[in-house]
Design a protein around this ligand. Structure first.
Ligand SMILES: [Zn+2]
Length: 263
């Protein structure tokens, strides 16, 4: 699993910190879509791809949150900004990101930042970070009822190219009885002090449970579940009132394990 997941862990947990972009507004040219403005110093086929892919992924994700409050729609002056630095070296120097980073998101500024031809950006980083932005805008980024696994799980579930590897990881964990207990999973917030294997398992399990919830019923169930969390319900209460077939986290855990064993 790529190291960038650990970057995401940092950005999302410390999302309120001021992130430096090193922007000098004079050199950025913009290209606008319906929901995005891509900024680059020289537009290229890569930035065209970024805009096209961003609009496609947006449509994919937004179907789960069709009833966003009106002032949260990503249109006109509320469009999401994507900055593409001309090179990796400038990106690293000016944003202070580590060399293995392909991009990151700033939730408060509705902004995604990357660089020309960044590896994995179109397939993984863009859908992942966009999912974080939309999920957090819908549910409020400082909402303590929302477990970290749901936020990460929703973001990772948008990265279709790593599903097979993640499913294998989680199948092995369930077979060998080494999956994280839901109790542990739900109380995990910072991964920095956890061993790498446990952090990897956290991400694999988070996406597996979230996809289980997303695919179990039509999207309205998931939206309702998130809406209840947003409005202050506890995790168990939101689960019970939305999916109805789980009366507790324990029941969800059992059903999910049964599902994974039959994959
Ligand atoms: Zn993430």
């Amino acid at each position: 699993m790529p190291l960038r997941f650990f970057l995401c862990a940092w950005i999302t947990w410390f999302g309120w910190c001021e992130i430096s972009y090193g922007f000098d507004n004079s050199n950025w040219e913009e290209k606008k879509g319906n929901h995005f403005v891509v900024y680059a110093q020289d537009h290229s086929s890569f930035t065209d791809d970024v805009l096209r892919e961003a609009e496609d992924v947006y449509q994919d994700i937004i179907r789960y949150f069709g009833s966003l409050p009106k002032d949260h729609f990503w249109s006109w002056e509320n469009r999401c900004k994507i900055y593409i630095y001309p090179s990796q070296s400038e990106y690293v120097r000016l944003t202070k990101q580590p060399e293995w980073s392909s991009g990151f998101a700033d939730v408060r500024k509705r902004t995604i930042v990357s660089f020309e031809n960044a590896p994995d950006f179109l397939e993984s980083v863009l859908p992942h970070e966009m999912a974080h932005l939309i999920f957090r805008e819908f549910i409020a980024s400082d909402n303590r009822q929302v477990p970290r696994w749901l936020d990460e799980g929703f973001a990772i579930s948008q990265e279709k190219n790593i599903r097979v590897a993640l499913d294998q990881t989680i199948q092995r964990a369930v077979q060998t009885n080494s999956a994280l207990s839901f109790q542990d999973l739900t109380t995990m917030s910072s991964l920095h002090t956890r061993p790498t294997d446990q952090a990897r398992l956290f991400y694999a399990q988070a996406q597996s449970i979230t996809r289980f919830l997303l695919e179990r019923r039509d999207p309205s169930y998931f939206i309702n579940f998130c809406r209840l969390l947003r409005d202050g319900a506890s995790l168990e209460e939101a689960l019970r009132k939305s999916y109805r077939d789980f009366s507790s986290l324990r029941e969800l855990e059992q059903e999910w394990k049964r599902h994974v064993s039959h994959l």
